[in-house]
Design a protein around this ligand. Structure first.
Ligand SMILES: N[C@@H](CCC(=O)N[C@@H](CS)C(=O)NCC(=O)O)C(=O)O
Length: 388
């Protein structure tokens, strides 16, 4: 009731603001009314012209005001925290392969050409995760190295992040985006390759929304779910729930401790980038000036960004400690299973996700320190052996 009263009072105040200038104007007109009788024809004509102009100006002003009001009203509605901004999108086929330079081919069988093309940065944790998955399941693929500063190699795509996996379908390609979605969609596909990959991709629609900070974000629905497999038996369901939980943890917790550790100081950031340039064979794949720009420009940018990430994800003052904590959390879970891997005797998708993400900093000082201070290396070496 109180709220209603306040709302009514608010409206009344608002209408007062609109009517007040009109009343004031009418008073002014009344005050000058008696001069009208003594007007000359010229001034009368001028007055008429003036009134036409005024009417037009008022019309335009009202039109603009309505337009602005409408724009703000609709946009304001879109900007409400928690509101969904657009309808889900579907994945569409690319008819012609974009002009790209394949930088590396990974073949597990004798096929002439791989049906998968991975656009990546070699040490991006999300790309490493996809590679860990493809390598474990012995899926052949080609790699296109993307320049992280200029990104010319993905100029054809409206999605501006890596990894992107192009999957050959008939005479075209289906672009899969987001590492977790790629892995879920590909797992679904491996279970039944007769299903069209485009249909599978459409099980993972992208939805935009405005988060509680008022920032526009997009999220891929169902991305932790494998489609089409029966989860009716309770045991199985629990197993998959656990797998999903730890895949999510790797995306939402573990991954955030990496950058502040790999780029902890400027020299450490430069060292990390130099290692990335070796792994990605930047000197072979890019002109020298671009390699230098990527190493020093990238290191400087990431060093600055990492300070913000440290705050955003509430890492400990000594960021190494946060990395050690995450390694310990993971190892405790694996030990609880009493097997070599989280998935038992064989790695599951959570093992592959955690391994992939950690492998992105394998040559950095941060990883060396984590191996010394925690027993992550036991599980990590087993994973490496299982994948290779
Ligand atoms: N949720 C996405 C995140 C992908 C992502 O953030 N990739 C980073 C590279 S590690 C990226 O491309 N960032 C944009 C940029 O480099 O400009 C996934 O899992 O694939």
């Amino acid at each position: 009731m109180m709220a209603l009263r306040l709302a009514i009072r608010g409206n009344l105040n608002f209408s007062c603001l609109i009517t007040r200038p009109v009343v004031f104007r009418m008073n002014q007109l009344n005050r000058f009314k008696h001069f009208d009788n003594r007007e000359s024809p010229i001034s009368k004509q001028k007055k008429q012209e003036g009134s036409i102009l005024r009417t037009m100006a008022n019309g335009i002003a009202i039109g603009v005001a309505i337009g602005i009001g409408y724009y703000y009203f609709t946009d304001f509605e879109k900007k409400l925290p928690g509101s969904i901004v657009n309808t889900p999108t579907t994945v569409s086929k690319i008819q012609k392969l974009p002009e790209i330079k394949i930088t590396r081919e990974v073949h597990y069988h004798n096929e002439e050409k791989a049906d998968f093309i991975l656009f990546q940065y070699p040490t991006c944790p999300f790309c490493c995760k996809v590679r860990a998955f493809l390598d474990y399941f012995k899926i052949s693929y080609n790699i296109v190295e993307v320049d992280p500063m200029l990104k010319q190699q993905i100029s054809w795509s409206s999605y501006k992040k890596v990894p992107i996996l192009l999957v050959k379908l008939g005479d075209g390609y289906i672009p899969l985006t987001d590492s977790t979605m790629i892995i879920s969609a590909m797992t679904t596909y491996l279970k039944d390759p007769s299903v069209n990959i485009q249909d599978i991709a459409n099980y993972y629609p992208s939805v935009s929304f405005v988060d509680t900070d008022g920032k526009r974000k997009s999220e891929i629905m169902n991305k932790y779910f494998i489609m089409n497999h029966e989860e009716s038996i309770k045991d199985k369901q629990l197993k998959f729930d656990d797998e999903r939980k730890w895949r999510k943890w790797s995306d939402e917790v573990l991954v955030h401790s990496l950058s502040p550790n790999a780029y902890r100081s400027l020299p450490e950031a430069i060292d990390s980038f130099k290692w990335f340039s070796v792994v990605g064979q930047w000197e072979k794949n890019f002109p020298l000036w671009e390699t230098i720009l990527m190493i020093y420009g990238g290191a400087f940018m990431m060093w600055i960004i990492s300070k913000k990430l440290k705050k955003k994800y509430k890492l400990k003052d000594d960021v190494r400690q946060s990395l050690y904590d995450d390694c310990n959390i993971w190892m405790n879970e694996v030990k609880k299973k009493g097997e070599t891997f989280m998935g038992g005797k064989k790695p599951n998708l959570a093992d592959l996700a955690v391994y992939g993400i950690l492998s992105s900093i394998e040559g950095c000082m941060a990883f060396e320190d984590a191996c010394k201070k925690t027993d992550i290396n036991i599980w990590y070496s087993n994973m490496k052996a299982a994948i290779n």
